[in-house]
Design a protein around this ligand. Structure first.
Ligand code: SF4
Length: 172
């Protein structure tokens, strides 16, 4: 029997209706990937934001990156950091070998998230979502991809090879 490799994934990409507007972002290619055990995670729901919820964004505030409610100005930074610490520990216990993340999300995005600064009409830079910042800090060699990198078969095969190589290294 072929063993399934555990890979974490942003829950909305798996079809769970956890986005701020109560929708999902199911990606059809997920069903085409064989021998994978998907472990869905939604940092924002787990941090207590609820569905539906206010949109949030990454902001530069007094030199620090913060995760802010756009209208309420509620600061979610500490809540996401705490959720990330707990969830990353759990994912380590499940021995995941990769993580597929939602692009541009202020929590899940990889190097694609607009960073805003109060009073400026355009983002000042692009960076990681807050959850991903904690993930790369605590798990530097874990293979990561977002859904835009996996739209084509070649991208999926490259990512799966990284995942298999990581899995093999864990068996040594
Ligand atoms: S992008 Fe991440 S935080 Fe946003 S809905 Fe999807 S899983 Fe949840």
């Amino acid at each position: 029997m072929v063993r399934e490799i555990p890979i974490a994934i942003s829950a909305c990409l798996l079809g769970e209706q956890v986005r701020y507007d109560g929708q999902h972002k199911l990606q059809d290619w997920i069903t085409q990937m064989e021998n994978v055990e998907w472990l869905p995670v939604c940092p924002e729901v787990e941090a207590g934001m609820g569905v539906p919820r206010e949109k949030i964004q990454v902001e530069l505030v007094d030199g620090d990156l913060r995760l802010m409610g756009i209208s309420s100005r509620h600061d979610w930074t500490v809540a996401i950091d705490q959720q990330a610490c707990q969830r990353i520990e759990w994912l380590k216990s499940r021995k995941i070998c990769g993580y597929v993340l939602k692009s541009r999300s202020p929590s899940c995005g990889i190097q694609s998230v607009p960073v805003w600064s109060e009073g400026l009409p355009e983002p000042v830079s692009l960076g990681n979502g807050r959850f991903v910042d904690r993930l790369v800090e605590q798990w530097r060699d874990l293979p990561l991809a977002d859904e835009t990198m996996l739209q084509q078969e070649q991208g999926r095969q490259q990512f799966l090879q990284q995942v298999r190589d990581y899995w093999t290294r864990q068996q040594d």
